[in-house]
Design a protein around this ligand. Structure first.
Ligand SMILES: Nc1nc2c(ncn2[C@@H]2O[C@H](COP(=O)(O)OP(=O)(O)OP(=O)(O)O)[C@@H](O)[C@H]2O)c(=O)[nH]1
Ligand SMILES: [Mg+2]
Length: 440
């Protein structure tokens, strides 16, 4: 399903993950690759520009969240923008209290009649009493087709053999089922002498039947045209939901995005085959996840979540409030070491990078094991209130840790500097740094 879009998007992502530095140039390049992938998948050009502009702007402006690398952050933005385009995840679950009436809209052959039967089956399984109205009086054989599909699954079909006015059939059908059903599906014609005639008929049916929702059925294989088709129906009668059919075949997938954008309605279901059970509830996040390669994205988001909770909140809060114990001080530097080069991390911290020079950083990196052994030789009281450490104590700590007195003094100096820096920025920088580090 949707192989070309999938490989196009995934290649763009792979290329991004392969670059050394995700700077402006890499992000622009990424945005271009996305454009190519989406346009090749038949997504409307306006939409493509909208999505890729959002991705590019956010990728350049936003700092990655909690412990995420910049690259992962950009992928996450892409995921969010594509999902947003498709609407959020919400299951379609009409109330059973009163009949919920759906009128099907869609051009000929899009899959309306098949979808009616699929929906009848799905919602009958969920305990709905489903009534189906055969309001396609235009195409010979339409009523028979509907009955053949619906009767085996036990859904009652309302039809009128002699009536040629589809509006009347639709209206009567609604009245017929009003008391006995809680889901009424009105199948309509797709074939007409002309497009205007079809749209007029739909408008009339809708004004008489007063459905709770117009469900637009679009053929997923038609690509670009989806946009115009969807807008035409939407103008005639507002579309409340979309079914995208034939996504099992040669669909490029762009049509789904286009129809959703043209109407502002959500894609509620996708048809994935000709059989009665080939209907899936549509989940934008799952869909986009699948496009981007679910494994990667899921692990990416899982990681972000895990990292977020790993930060020791208590310690962060204490430090942020200007109280810094020796243990906090060590914790902070150990977290940094966990992430690899201290230099890289410091670069991520606004403000800090300006305050520390390169040699300085290397010195700090080398000092961490020394500080660790010094701090381990301190008493609890000394660790919690380092200002109480006087000359005799310094001597004792040096001896206990096997380090020089200068090592102990250097540590205390560094501790004081850090503390005043944290105080000055009210912990903001430290918090950001902790989040970025997260432990990787
Ligand atoms: N592969 C595949 N075929 C489908 C799907 N949905 C519908 N079809 C096929 O598409 C053809 C047209 O489906 P119909 O349900 O008759 O379409 P319609 O919109 O009712 O057509 P009209 O009544 O002529 O307007 C049929 O051969 C269906 O079997 C789908 O999800 N996948
Ligand atoms: Mg039909």
């Amino acid at each position: 399903m949707l192989d070309s879009l999938k490989s196009g998007l995934q290649n763009a992502v792979k290329k991004l993950l392969g670059v050394d530095v995700v700077g402006q140039e890499a992000i622009r390049e990424f945005s271009k690759d996305l454009q190519r992938a989406l346009i090749a998948a038949d997504v409307n050009v306006k939409l493509v520009l909208g999505v890729t502009e959002n991705v590019q702007r956010r990728a350049l402006e936003e700092k990655p969240v909690a412990g995420m690398t910049r690259k992962d952050g950009v992928v996450k933005i892409l995921y969010e923008e594509l999902s947003k385009l498709l609407g959020g995840d919400t299951a379609f679950q009409p109330s059973k209290e009163r009949p919920f009436v759906i009128v099907m809209l869609g051009v000929q052959g899009s899959g309306k009649t098949t979808t009616v039967a699929k929906l009848a089956r799905l919602y009958a399984k969920r305990g709905y009493k489903v009534g189906v109205v055969a309001a396609d009086t235009f195409r010979p054989g339409a009523v028979t087709q509907l009955k053949m599909l619906c009767e085996p699954i036990g859904a009652e079909v309302y039809s009128e053999e002699k009536e040629v006015d589809s509006v009347k059939v639709a209206e009567h059908g609604r009245v017929h089922f009003e008391k006995s059903k809680n889901l009424i599906l009105v199948d309509t014609a797709g074939r007409h002498k002309e497009e205007k005639g079809l749209l007029d008929e739909m408008r009339k049916i809708v004004s008489k039947v007063k459905p709770d929702m117009n469900l637009l059925v679009v053929d997923g294989t038609i690509g670009q045209q989806c946009y115009n088709q969807a807008s035409a129906f939407h103008e005639a009668s507002p579309v409340g939901g979309i079914v995208m059919t034939k996504l099992d075949g040669a669909a490029k997938g762009g049509g789904a995005l286009a129809a959703a954008a043209a109407t502002g309605a959500k894609i509620l279901f996708i048809g994935t085959g000709e059989r009665i059970d080939d209907l899936e509830e549509f989940s934008p996040t799952r869909f986009v996840g699948r496009l981007l390669g679910m494994g990667d994205l899921k692990s990416l988001l899982d990681m972000a979540r895990r990292l977020e909770t790993e930060v020791d909140e208590k310690s962060v809060q204490r430090i942020a409030s200007g109280k810094l114990t020796m243990d906090d001080f060590l914790y902070q530097f150990e977290q940094m070491k966990k992430m690899g080069s201290l230099k890289k991390i410091i670069e991520l911290v606004p403000g800090l990078s300006g305050n520390l020079k390169n040699e300085d950083l290397e010195k700090v990196e080398k000092s961490v094991p020394v500080w660790k052994s010094v701090i381990q030789s301190m008493t609890r009281e000394e660790r919690d209130s380092p200002e109480k450490i006087n000359a005799p104590r310094i001597k004792r700590i040096a001896r206990g840790s096997g380090r020089t007195e200068k090592d102990v003094r250097d540590l205390i100096t560094r501790y004081r500097q850090t503390k005043s820096l944290m105080k000055a920025s009210k912990g903001r920088e430290f918090r950001q740094m902790m989040r970025r580090m997260g432990g990787r």
